[in-house]
Design a protein around this ligand. Sequence first.
Ligand SMILES: [Zn+2]
Length: 380
Amino acid sequence: MEKDHLVFVFCNHNDIWFDRLRTKNPIVISYVKGRLRDTPFVSAYRALRESAFSVCTAPVYRWQKRGAIIVNYHGVSPPLTDPDIAIHVPPDLFRKQIRHLKTYYKVVSLAELLDSLEAGYSIPSNWAVLTFDDGFRNNLTYAWQILREEGAIPISLFIITDFIGTNNVFWGDLIPLVVMCCRNQMLRVPCDENSWELRPLHTRRQREFLGIEIVDVLKSIPENKRQPILDEFFLQFGTGEIDEIRSRSSYYNSLSWDEVRFLHSNGVDVGSHTRTHAYMRPELGLKRMQEEIFGSREKIREELGKAPDHFCYPNGTRDDFCELSGRLLREAGYRCGLTTVLGTVQNSADPFELRRQIHISSMARFRTVVAAGKQHYRNF
Ligand SMILES: [Zn+2]
């Protein structure tokens, strides 16, 4: 079978979201390398086909869809360093997406969706819920401003409580940024828990691909073994270089507690995304999981005067939550746990395993994905 054919089969059933690439999968690597070799002409042609496809199919998907959709954003910001390494939607595109939702869907709060779910009511398929993970300052400076201009649109923010008011950046965001912008021409990168290899950084494409690959490797390593590897990795850069790169990418700045209070007092729902962005995998252990789940809840209660009702699992794939985390969330008093497993929220949904759709970097794809509410759509 042709390699390209294999690629197509894989892509047709999985959203290609760089964070989740299994780097040891040669099919995925060949797909990504193929995409990175795209010329502007090929990219424009793909965009045109995707746009035509979405205009034709979105009404049919909307009609077929069952259940509400929860959209998962991170931030809204103009590209400051490099558009390909940001998980932030440009403001113009975000505004278009909000207008699209207002036209074809009813944007409701997460609490309203949970009320219906808990009461056993049928979940309308035109409902949409907006969520923002990680507590970036641009949630206030861009997203909230746009949402306010577009009407009173409810949103839920999920904050990492130890990061609020600090300069901390989640390592999964920092690594692609540093790899893209550093002065090094070669880099030692982890291949797994025990081995490293030297990799070139001569071209922008090499940097882009390597940043993604390193994050993917590190995500597969248990929490207690990851930190020494991260420390060793960051030692390769010049004194102050990381801070200098960081200062050029303000979209990773976190909200302060005053800003969180301001948003909360203006009707924004604030939920927990743990204390340190630890993955809720069984290997984390009871004590650490309790600290993350109970500790973040207590901190939000202290700062806002109200304990959060909602929780969002960091990374959020099927591997990133477990029976223990679900039990602890219930014990702590949360009403739900949001994942990044793709799909809709239907009548029978488990509130502690709510599915979402990730933020989408093109209007055509956004239109298709929110209408389809499922993970298989064409990749162009
Ligand atoms: Zn997160």
